[in-house]
Ligand binder design. Sequence first.
Ligand code: SF4
Ligand code: SF4
Length: 433
Amino acid sequence: MTAYSVFRMLACLARDRVPGQLVIQITNQCNATCPQCGMRKTADIRRTRLKTDDLRQILDAAGEKGVQAVSFTGGEPLLFLEQVTALISHAGRAGIPYIRTGTNGFLFCGSRQPGFKDRIRSMADKLAATPLRNFWISLDSAVPKVHEQMRGLPDVVRGIETAIPIFHAAGIYPSVNLGINRLVGGPLTRDLHRSSFPSDTAYLEAFYKVFHSAFDRFFRQVCNMGFTLANTCYPMSIGTADLDSGLHAVYAATAGEAVVRFSREEKIFLYQALAANVTRHRPYLRIFTPLCSLHALIAQHQTPGTASGRAVETAGCRGGIDYFFIGSDDGHTYPCGYRGREDLGSFPALNIRGTGHQPVCRQCDWECFRDPSELFSPLLDTLHRPQRVLSRIFHDPHVFSLWQKDLRYYAACGYFNGRKPPASSRLARFTPK
Ligand code: SF4
Ligand code: SF4
């Protein structure tokens, strides 16, 4: 972090706000077949793409409004590599320091064909010439064949492995992005069914063990592939019984399919298994997923009724306050990708300072917005609502030690700067005792 970005962050916090974030869906076009996503190429939806000139205006406005982070998402952003690199450069010129984009990896198919490495080198150099900070590559399963079948991208895992050192040489350290689903452990997690167990307790015990082992295998696998950064996306299945029916996905990176649908009880054990593995693998892999956020989500799912936004001792989401989503359908702004009934109109015309009410929404587990909301909440509360800090400590003393641990870990990770290699000796200090 530069001194200037620390200063801007402190100025924001003093106003009871956090540095702004914009997730921009440049297109919903995609060439993959992921069953957990409503934008897969076989989905019967209207395909849309935002124009570069409109996006430039949005980025200029974002820079003027002090937005600090922008994410270019899809669909598949790299279907339009030239447009994406131009937009990243524009965002940098607009003064936005934290810029990320990613891919489903389709460009990494065909790694045995002549010229593959040259093609990847050219792509990596192109991205490296921009102020891109983080570049994610999706991987849905610890079992390569399962991932390739889900995505419909044959032999892509071998291609990713070949591409990673080329990206490192260009000065980009890609982050693996796991969208959590029931195939993360391959047949191990796929074949786990409640009907095979005599009771809920027996099922949930087995569920924890199987997902714990699947996450363990996943993190080992991605390290062997050469990744040095990782993030996990919590399962999104908007429209199912475990979520508030008021939601409407303007961002169709969600599906009602069983592969990504988990009950409230399953999510509790899922997040516990994930937290155990984040702790285990942090000493050698930079894993963004904050333990304090997993702890909060577990607490929320353990407390019935919280999905509708009832106050609990967890942070409300800053979607619609400091974080916004821009959809490719109309280029309009929404509080997030899932409150699609709240059209906030054009982003350049939006007064984001005027959206400053207290965060209460906890209707979904979208990590893009929930994780940073949870991370910033203790800072804001200490400055502006000390009584809430005391109340949280009283109700849940553990949360603050997790939060401090996360912050120390983030510093050791260089705040997940995807343009720098990991500082292995600093990470090693997080080896569990
Ligand atoms: S998850 Fe990504 S790659 Fe898969 S279908 Fe959806 S947009 Fe495409
Ligand atoms: S919790 Fe956040 S991301 Fe989810 S619906 Fe509410 S504002 Fe949107």
